[in-house]
Ligand binder design. Structure first.
Ligand code: NDP
Length: 318
């Protein structure tokens, strides 16, 4: 694959970005993806400020390639995260779940590239007007935090591509070279993958959670908690309990009480598959193996290049 807008922007070899995922993407995963030629991202949403500093330090020691930090803009101690990112000269920041107007300029003034994650054309245009360097358009298939609009990647990517004039990264349902090529045909310049990199050797997800991802079948995830923050998760015991609660027409407070605190950590990091929140995308149904980040990136690029070369001669297009 030759250079494109995304590889040039981030100074990386392949336009493959590993999503910043709470409890799953620390420095081991981020540095392994960056060393493999993609862009690794440290997910700072689950890290106390000192933990993030340690992760940035370890990531810098483990790779001399560019890497990024994902900052969910809802994070309670966001000022401390931003201060560490600037002081420790992290080259790229992906912001999500909030207003990109708040931090973009300050980060860019410190030579940091800023990318914002959106789930609609409206927010893509807003992020572009705030001056971000690129946009991630994440469809309804994605795991974890999700858009309220329920727009699929197939529909979102072409609409956002038409609307904006800055580089576009597609996310949601992309796990291999075929789906990467498909979204690039739809107008993306690169892809972001979360679910594929949860089932990765260097991911810090608990082994129980990784094994559950391998077993997941089509229809095993669902979007819920729209009244709080929409989130896609595995339909485990905790999810069923939420379903029961929904039958009683609960208030937002009752839903918040049911969710409690630390459910994501309990499920994804501590491996409690019944009571924990297991955030994963729809494409988990297609994942059957845990590989290293290097193997994943190489397999994706091999398949991407092969399918691209075969596509014009495939019978179904003649
Ligand atoms: P909860 O309120 O349920 O729990 C907070 C968790 O975050 C705890 O497990 C806590 O760790 C950890 N944590 C890290 N730093 C802090 C801090 N400064 N103050 C309080 N707790 C902290 O939240 P969630 O686990 O659901 O989400 C945590 C963050 O991740 C939020 O900012 C949220 O926006 C983001 N998030 C992003 C998602 C995405 O898809 N990008 C998906 C879900 C959440 P400990 O248990 O060790 O105290």
């Amino acid at each position: 694959m030759t250079k494109n807008q995304i590889t040039n922007l981030f100074k990386i070899k392949y336009p493959i970005i590993q999503a910043g995922m709470i409890w799953c993407s620390g420095w081991e995963l981020a540095s392994a993806v960056s060393n493999a030629g993609g862009l690794g991202i440290i997910g700072s949403g689950s890290m106390y400020p000192e933990v993030l500093r340690q992760n940035i330090l370890k990531c810098k020691n483990a790779t001399n390639q560019p890497f990024a930090v994902n900052v969910p803009l809802l994070y309670p101690n966001i000022e401390e995260h931003i201060k560490s990112i600037i002081e420790m000269k992290v080259p790229i920041v992906f912001t999500s779940a909030g207003n990109p107007n708040t931090w973009t300029k300050q980060l860019q003034e410190n030579n940091i590239k800023v990318v914002h994650v959106v789930s609609s054309v409206k927010f893509a245009l807003k992020a572009e007007s705030c001056g971000v360097d690129a946009i991630v358009a994440e469809g309804f298939e994605a795991g974890g935090h999700n858009g309220r609009e329920e727009t699929t990647t197939m529909c979102l990517v072409p609409d956002v591509a038409k609307a904006i004039n800055i580089p576009l990264i597609a996310a949601g349902g992309i796990i291999d070279g075929k789906s990467m090529l498909a979204t690039m045909i739809l107008g993306a310049d690169g892809v972001q993958m979360g679910t594929r990199f949860v089932a990765c050797k260097e991911s810090s997800a608990h082994e129980n959670f990784k094994n559950m991802v391998l077993k997941a079948k089509e229809g095993d995830t669902s979007l819920t908690l729209k009244e709080i923050t929409p989130v896609r998760m595995i339909k485990n015991k905790f999810f069923q309990e939420l379903e029961e609660l929904y039958k009683t027409n609960p208030t937002k407070e009752q839903l918040l009480n049911k969710l409690g605190r630390g459910r994501a950590k309990l499920g994804m990091f501590e491996g409690d598959l019944n009571s924990g929140e297991l955030e994963i995308g729809q494409a988990s149904s297609q994942i059957n193996n845990v590989f290293t980040a290097k193997e994943i990136v190489q397999q994706i690029m091999t398949e991407f290049n092969y399918v691209k070369s075969q596509i014009s001669t495939a019978n179904k297009f003649n």
